[in-house]
Design a protein around this ligand. Structure first.
Ligand code: SF4
Length: 364
């Protein structure tokens, strides 16, 4: 049988029925566990992961978590899980959430005080608290909570946070069609501004996000993809620190977009879609060169450090090839004859001649 939902309350009953030889349905989509009945973890978690929310009220059509009611896990439960991890030796924990700034919110009415208290109390238990996801519109609404998290963690350009953020598209038309709740309290037409200003705010607070975007919305036009590329170019021009990472649309079962969309393959995409993919790759590679020494600096094991260094260092001449080859494959052209084509931002020559790596771009 296939069980789709939160397991805590319903799965044990199904398992009992199976063990007792009773009939169970082939497919069961069920289960929203009230926050006070979400059980504590029993042992420390990998990488100190601690769940703080479930669900998301923004209602994006391609998103599975939003099909579940939004809930915040009680502070007491979170702190007990933090303490359990600390007792097992963890000095850092990472909050698992669709949007850290939604903690304690009522719907989309944010509660920055609850967010601050959450970090304040958790940081009495461990040295550092990071998180998985945040939304740019939430960040612009709860600027003081963003600053608080940065100050309480003592973040710096050498010790940033690297959260994942969905920007999805630069086209307000697609925002209005597929994720009009994401810009709230602003409107779909404000989305490019939200992405640009929200990114600056995060960068000013040493949050260097991975901005993911979606290629393959069912009725996306070349103009929609051009708007995404233009937004990536704008971020680049304004000195964005982070990654821009394209994802092909996956019409996940149970989401609102399921049934409206299928999987797209590259040859079904217009050239403008591939342009947007390549623009994201190029920006990301440039930032990777800036950030990777900082990421590997805290690695304690010298052997691991040398291996990672060797792996990344060996790519210094190969990244142009990688982007070229990836672009050619996406366009269905095989491999380009001019393998060392130079990009505006990514050139092997530039990195070979500058072992110190390029300075961080600044938007200030
Ligand atoms: S904001 Fe993120 S988590 Fe929330 S519904 Fe949209 S995609 Fe899902």
């Amino acid at each position: 049988m296939l069980f789709d939902g939160e397991a805590e309350l319903n799965l044990p009953r199904i398992v009992r029925d199976l063990l007792d030889g009773r009939e169970v349905p082939n497919f069961l989509a069920k289960g929203v566990t009230p926050p006070d009945r979400i059980p504590l973890i029993l042992t420390s978690s990998r990488n100190g992961l601690v769940q703080i929310t479930r669900g998301c009220p923004r209602g994006c059509q391609f998103c599975k978590p939003t099909t579940s009611f939004f809930r915040s896990v009680p502070l007491k439960t979170i702190l007990m899980e933090a303490a359990l991890n600390a007792a097992a030796g963890a000095r850092e924990i990472s909050f698992v959430t669709e949007d850290v700034l939604l903690y304690g919110a009522r719907g989309l009415n944010l509660n920055p005080d609850a967010v601050k208290r959450l970090f304040k109390e958790a940081l009495k238990i461990v040295r550092r608290v990071s998180f998985s996801h945040v939304t740019l519109s939430s960040a612009l609404v709860a600027k003081d909570a963003v600053r608080y998290i940065t100050e309480a963690n003592g973040l710096s350009s050498d010790d940033p946070l690297l959260p994942q953020v969905g920007f999805e598209s630069g086209s307000p038309r697609l925002v209005g069609r597929y994720f009009r709740g994401k810009p709230y309290p602003w409107k779909p037409e404000d989305w490019p501004w939200i992405v640009a200003e929200g990114s600056k705010l995060l960068n000013d607070n040493y949050w260097y996000p991975c901005l993911t975007y979606i290629v393959g919305f069912p009725d996306a036009t070349p103009e929609d993809y051009v708007k995404t590329t233009e937004l990536i170019d704008r971020l680049q021009d304004e000195g964005f620190m982070g990654w821009t990472f394209p994802l092909l649309l996956v019409p996940i079962g149970g989401t609102r977009i399921e049934g409206k969309a299928g999987f797209k393959v590259f040859k079904e995409l217009p050239p403008e879609a591939i342009d947007s993919i390549v623009a994201g790759w190029k920006l990301s590679i440039k930032f990777s060169y800036y950030i990777y020494p900082k990421i590997i600096a805290p690695l304690k094991n010298p052997l691991t450090k040398r291996i990672v260094n060797a792996l990344i260092g060996s790519r210094s001449d190969g990244d142009v090839d990688l982007v070229n080859q990836g672009e050619a494959r996406c366009r269905g052209n095989g491999f380009p004859s001019d393998k060392h084509k130079e990009y505006k931002w990514v050139t092997s020559q530039r990195y070979q001649n500058n072992p110190a790596r390029p300075p961080p771009p600044s938007h200030k």
